[in-house]
Structures are given as C-alpha cells and as structure tokens.
Design a protein around this ligand. Structure first.
Ligand SMILES: [Zn+2]
Length: 408
C-alpha cells in the first residue's frame, strides 16, 4: 500500500519536473570559434544530465577494476582457509580414530594451507605421538606451550610423554604448568593426584581431593609413612573422620595411638572398632604386642567378647587356639565360623590343618570396587587400576546364608 503510494508520488513529481523542463523558454548557445551549437534550454539541460550520468558510471567501472585484484586475492585466501580448516577437521577425526597415515596427510595439508598456527602445531604433535615419534611430538608440544590459547594442550601432551617415558618429576612439572594454564581442570587434578601418590607424597595428594573414600585412604597412607608420631596420629584421626566405619582407618588410628605411647587409647579404639566392624586387620593390631601363643589366645578371647558369635570373632578365636595348640577349641570355633557364614577358606584352612589335610585356597581379603581385582593386602591405591580408596572388604568370601559347610 505504502509502496504504491510512494510510486504514485514519485511519478507525479517526475511528470511535474518534465512538464516544467519542457516549458522552459529560450535557447542555450555554445560558441567554440569553429563550431557553434545552439539548442533549446530543455534539450541542453537533458544533455548535461546525461553527461553527469555517464561520468558517474565511468568512475564506478574504473574503481571496480582497481579493486578487482584485491578481491580475487581475498577470494583465494578464503578458499585456502576453508580447505585448511577442512584438513584440520579431518586430522582431528583421524587422530581420534587412531589413523596414523590419515592424520599425517591431514596435518601436512593443514600446515601447507594455514601455516604454523597453534592448532596445526597441536595436530602435528598428536600425529607424531600417534606414529610413535616421541621426540618430534615433544618438540611440537613444546612449541605449543608458547601459544596463549592452547598452552594447556602443550603441557598436557608433555605430561603424557613424560609419564610414558617414566619421568615422574618432569610430569609433575608439566602438571603444575597445566594447572596454571587452565586452573581447576578435573583432568589435571587427577594427574596431579596420581603423581603425588606415586611419589608417596600423601599429604600433598590429600590437598587435591575432597572425596571421603580417597581422603581416608590417603590419610591412612600418610599416617603409615610419616616419621613423626604426632603427625601420624593427626593423619589417622583425619582418616577416621573421613571414613569412620572402616577397619583400615580404625586400625591406622590404633597403630598411631600406640606409636604415640597411648596404649590404653589404642586398645579402646580397637575394642570399639571390633564392635563396629570386626575384621582381621583389627585383630592383627590387637594381637601384635602379645608375644606368646597362649597370651594371644587369651587376648583374642577379650577381643571376641566385644562381638560374641560374629564370624570374625570365631575366626580369631580359632586361629589363636590353633597356634596355641588348643585343638579342641580351634575346631569348635572354626566350625562356629563356618556356621556364622565364613566362605573365604580361613575356617576351612583351620579344620584342614587340624586334620592334616592340604589347606584350601583362601579368597583374597580385599576387592577393588572399580576394577574388581581381588587382592590379599590393602593399599591406598589399587595396584591394578591405580584408583585411590577403592579397596574394600571382599564380600565374595562371605556368604549371606549360614547353611553348608564352606568346603570350597
Ligand atoms: Zn582397581
């Protein structure tokens, strides 16, 4: 509607102008000496307008011609960049797919088309890593650490290469640099944590995690490795605070108390622990200071009284009785342990020893909740998968029912 109205107004104005132009009186004369031109005023005015129009068109064409080479170069540059980016994308996929030759071709093409940009450097490094050219990968990652945006990827690559080469100190240095380049990253935290554990720097490792299971395991390891009894006690208390219902943390606390000269507190902690989570670790710590076999059997009776009838109570009674050659007692308690559901072979082994038969295999006491590996001894980090605080009591050796004789 508005467009139609605009068109009508424009047509009217043009018509009025033409009318006015046609109605102009007189003539315009031009005299160059040789030629004489004479034209009516409207025609002369139209000629001047046409000339101005022609000049405008001429200059436009001239400008266009002047800009043409620049435009062509820009177009070519754009095509080059697009092809380079495509090569980068293909390289990225080839690296992810583990296709060495594809990654090599894409990386070479990207370098030719885009030059030595940070992203190209990263692709070059990843390609070298994929092809097993460690030194070349290292150099490329090293160059990448000078990039403002991709610095983290440079240190990440160098960290991995250092770990592969078994250079833990170098790896720790790059882990710190990676943290500085990209603070608070979960990947970097996990690497720093693993490195601190490998260096047995458990106190530093504890500062890197808030997960209670991890903190408890690290605190136990810290308590076990520190030379200062005071510090050990402090770590052990932190361990119990992080995981109060664990035989590992409770045993660590008892040991630290004992090392600090607090024997009564240590015994109290073990008796309370036995009430809460009876376990062979607590029993071992309870019996450790007792020298004679008969004394150990008597001490076991004190401990078992805290949780009478429990499978672990029966086992500690049976084991100490066997060692003290109280064979009747040993048999009675081993059978009671079987009745209470023991299936890990410990009760069966006592009975076998009493009967002079070969001992059955005993199920490892610990199981990793992450990789399910079964292990005879507890450790802060799983020796199979490296996860921290994942070793828990192996329940596969403990049947829930109380039937059967546990002869496996
Ligand atoms: Zn594991």
């Amino acid at each position: 509607m508005w467009a139609a109205l605009k068109f009508c107004i424009l047509a009217l104005v043009t018509l009025a102008l033409a009318w006015w132009l046609a109605g102009l009186p007189g003539t315009v004369n031009a005299d160059t000496g040789v030629y004489q031109i004479s034209a009516p005023t409207p025609v002369a005015l139209l000629l001047v307008l046409a000339l101005v129009g022609l000049l405008v068109v001429f200059f436009r064409v001239l400008g266009g011609l002047r800009r043409a080479p620049g435009r062509f170069l820009g177009w070519r540059e754009q095509r080059r960049t697009q092809a380079g980016e495509l090569a980068l994308q293909r390289g990225l996929v080839a690296v992810a797919a583990g296709d060495t030759s594809g990654a090599k071709a894409a990386s070479a093409k990207a370098r030719t088309l885009l030059g030595d940009t940070a992203f190209v450097q990263w692709l070059t490094a990843e390609t070298a890593r994929l092809s097993g050219q460690g030194e070349q990968a290292r150099l490329a990652y090293e160059r990448l650490t000078h990039s403002r945006e991709l610095k983290f990827l440079g240190h990440q690559g160098l960290l991995r290469e250092s770990l592969r080469a078994g250079q833990d100190d170098e790896a720790a240095h790059h882990a710190e640099a990676a943290e500085a380049a990209y603070p608070g990253g979960a990947w970097t935290r996990a690497q720093r944590l693993a490195l601190a554990v490998r260096a047995q720097n458990y106190a530093a490792a504890m500062r890197l995690t808030r997960a209670p299971q991890e903190r408890a395991a690290l605190a136990v390891a810290a308590a076990e490795t520190t030379r200062s009894p005071k510090l050990a006690l402090d770590f052990a208390r932190q361990a119990v605070k992080a995981n109060p219902a664990s035989p590992v943390t409770l045993t660590a606390l008892a040991r630290a108390l004992r090392a600090a000269g607090k024997e009564r507190a240590a015994r109290k902690a073990l008796l309370q622990g036995w009430k809460q989570v009876p376990h062979q670790l607590l029993a071992a710590a309870w019996l450790a200071p007792v020298a004679t076999q008969l004394g150990r059997a008597q001490a076991a009776a004190l401990l078992a009284a805290e949780n009478p009838g429990h499978m672990e109570s029966e086992l500690v009674l049976a084991e100490t009785a066997l060692a003290a050659q109280l064979t009747g007692e040993a048999r009675r308690h081993a059978e009671a342990a079987l009745q209470a559901g023991n299936r890990d072979g410990r009760a069966a082994a006592i009975l076998a020893a009493l009967e002079g038969k070969p001992a059955p295999a005993i199920t490892p006491a610990w199981r990793c909740t992450s990789c399910q590996a079964q292990l005879p001894n507890w450790s802060c980090a799983c020796p199979v998968c490296g996860k921290i605080g994942t070793l828990g009591i192996n329940k596969s050796g403990m049947a829930l029912t109380t039937t059967g004789n546990g002869s496996e």
